[in-house]
Design a protein around this ligand. Structure first.
Ligand SMILES: [Zn+2]
Length: 183
């Protein structure tokens, strides 16, 4: 068994820091990178009502941002019959996937449940831009104006939606990155 020499240690250190001293971001995963088992890997079941919450923290998907959006256990996984958020082809988000169902994190209790979140201004030109099947605070009621959820640090969005005057927020599982699972 041989210990590395001091010269080898210095060589290794300088190799690591070549270029920049930027601290490396903690390792995160995209939804797609977790493969077909992603939903299982990202949820913990309470075992009682079959409610599933996020087992990993939710992070802004923009490279180099890394703002923490939601801590573990705060978002509840829900299934929706289709794609809710509008898709802009110039956005970094994956194109809408094949038909339903789609999955979202429901945060029922308002902005303070988030670690960091930003809101777009309500869209006054189009009061009802989301599809009819979009979940709302109170099912069946006419929802208020849509306020999209965006990253509080870098404004990337929409990551999800909420309604003016409502408490709940919803985040698209495919528009986030996920912290490492506890092992
Ligand atoms: Zn961000």
């Amino acid at each position: 068994m041989s210990q590395p020499t001091q010269a080898q240690i210095f060589a290794a250190l300088s190799a690591q820091s070549s270029g920049s001293f930027k601290r490396s971001q903690p390792s995160t995963s995209t939804f797609e990178s977790l493969g077909p088992d992603a939903l299982n890997q990202l949820t913990t079941s309470d075992g009682i009502k079959g409610k599933k919450t996020n087992s990993r923290r939710l992070i802004c998907p923009r490279d180099g941002c890394g703002s923490v959006i939601l801590l573990e256990g705060v978002g509840e996984l829900i299934e929706v019959e289709g794609e809710v958020l509008p898709h802009d082809p110039t956005s970094p988000f994956a194109s809408p996937s094949s038909p339903s169902p789609q999955y979202y994190w429901l945060i029922p209790t308002g902005p303070f449940a988030f670690e960091n979140i930003g809101f777009s201004r309500p869209d006054k030109s189009n009061l009802n831009p989301l599809p009819a099947f979009t979940p709302k605070d109170i099912p069946g009621e006419i929802a208020g104006k849509v306020k999209y959820l965006i990253c509080a640090e870098c404004d990337l969005g929409p990551l999800g939606w909420s309604f003016d005057g409502g408490k709940a927020g919803w985040l698209d599982v495919r528009r986030l990155r996920y912290g490492e699972g506890k092992s």
